[in-house]
Design a protein around this ligand. Structure first.
Ligand code: 3PG
Length: 414
């Protein structure tokens, strides 16, 4: 594995004066939701409770996002505020505004111990423009909120690989540090980097194809991983890139998710890293809820969706994973919420517990690890998906870099 940063290059709640202050905390409580708007997994919400509890003498303003524009679960933060209230045993008020006069006057009327959760920051389209902290500092949102904020904490490890406004807009301007989640993640992932040995395998699945292919390219070119095994939609894109006919239904799904262009990216990866990328030999199709095992060459005419990796692949991947020294899992192998199609994800998780060092990253796979009761058998179960694998791949996470920069300027002022 790669060597990246040393620890404690950032400030934490313990280093900052937070009592009686208005503390903005960027959290990541982006969670899987069902079509009725119910939260399906509370892990990320629960993870922030220690940070919020450590701010009991402050006015706490939580900033968060849910999903991405255009997705069906791109909703308000109201259900998240309810869950937070339940876990804290204390009311967390949802404010349906981000930086308008309603939000600002509510912040001004807060008392110590009050907690509010502002609206989904991605409802403001400037949020997701990738910019430097200096550029974000100049935005309308930052200018409006700045007079109301004393301290900024980034506790949103899971989105810290994005250079987004709410993560980096305040870090140059007010005392800034890491919340407890970020602190814990950096410590645990640094430990993985130090202690994990070779061979190191990254198992990349789920549906964020662009992120996974970028990480695959990175870890295979910098020696961060010896092998990458692909599952989920990532595997379908790779299979299509290798010239396999995965059928119109599966191709349409890739296009509908906006990943048609990733087939070319996958082709060049296969050209560059031939032999270092493992792809499924067989898959499970979903025929009206029934699991049908087929060889990959036979998917084409079926008209059925691929919902999991097949049995032969499960066996081959499992033996490779369990023999590895370090395994990083990201994204489920199939549609693991459907009965019968959780098998690939389940077996891969089980195999990973046999590796010397195992890290699980990503909402879905981390939830599965917990549901299986295997959390204690993993070296680390991360709250991050893309951020976790980017960090392990040796990438700099812009929002974490902003914390290092803030700590530096704090030191320089002393
Ligand atoms: C995640 O779920 O991985 C984080 O919340 C980041 O979400 P994003 O990939 O939509 O930026």
């Amino acid at each position: 594995m790669m060597n990246t940063v040393t620890t404690k290059e950032y400030l934490t709640i313990d280093d900052l004066d937070v009592d009686d202050k208005t503390v903005f905390v960027r959290v990541d409580i982006n969670t899987p939701m069902d079509p009725e708007g119910n939260i399906l997994d509370d892990m990320r919400i629960v993870s922030h409770i220690p940070t919020i509890k450590d701010l009991s003498n402050a006015k706490v303003v939580l900033l968060a996002h849910q999903s991405r524009a255009g997705k069906s679960d791109f909703t308000t933060m109201a259900p998240h505020a309810e869950k937070l209230s339940r876990y804290l045993g204390k009311h967390v008020e949802y404010v349906d505004d981000i930086f308008g006069s309603h939000a600002r006057s509510r912040i001004d009327s807060m008392e110590n111990g009050d907690i509010i959760l502002l609206e989904n920051v991605r409802f403001y389209s400037e949020e997701t423009i990738s910019r430097s902290s200096e550029e974000h500092s100049e935005t309308h949102m930052v200018k409006k909120l700045l007079p109301h904020i004393d301290v900024f904490l980034n506790d949103a490890f899971a989105v810290s690989h994005r250079s987004h406004l709410s993560l980096m807009g305040f870090t140059d301007l007010v005392p800034t540090g890491a919340g407890r989640v970020v602190e814990k993640e950096i410590e645990a992932l640094n430990r993985s980097i130090r202690e994990g040995g070779n061979p190191c395998i990254f198992v990349l699945g789920g549906a964020k194809v662009d992120d996974s292919l970028r990480v695959a390219a990175h870890v295979l070119s910098n020696g961060g991983a010896d092998r990458v095994l692909v599952t989920g939609v990532v595997a379908n894109v790779m299979l299509a890139a290798s010239g396999i006919n995965i059928g119109n239904r599966n191709m349409d799904f890739i296009k509908a998710q906006g990943y048609a262009d990733q087939i070319e990216v996958a082709k060049s990866l296969l050209d560059r890293f031939n032999g270092k990328i493992g792809m499924p030999k067989d898959v499970a199709l979903n025929d009206g809820g029934k699991r049908i095992e087929v060889q990959i060459e036979d998917v084409g005419d079926s008209g059925l969706p691929i919902n999991d990796i097949g049995l032969e692949t499960i066996v081959a991947y499992s033996s490779e994973i369990s023999a590895a020294k370090t395994v990083v899992l990201n994204g489920p192998a199939g549609v693991s919420e459907l009965d019968g199609f959780e098998l690939g994800t389940y077996e891969i998780i089980k195999a990973a517990t046999e590796a010397d060092y195992s890290v699980a990253g990503g909402g879905h796979i981390s939830a599965e690890v917990r549901q299986m009761g295997f959390e204690d058998r993993f070296s680390h179960v991360s709250t991050g998906g893309g951020s976790c694998i980017d960090y392990l791949a040796g990438d700099k996470l812009p929002a974490i870099e902003a914390l290092y920069k803030a700590a530096q300027s704090h030191q320089n002022k002393k």
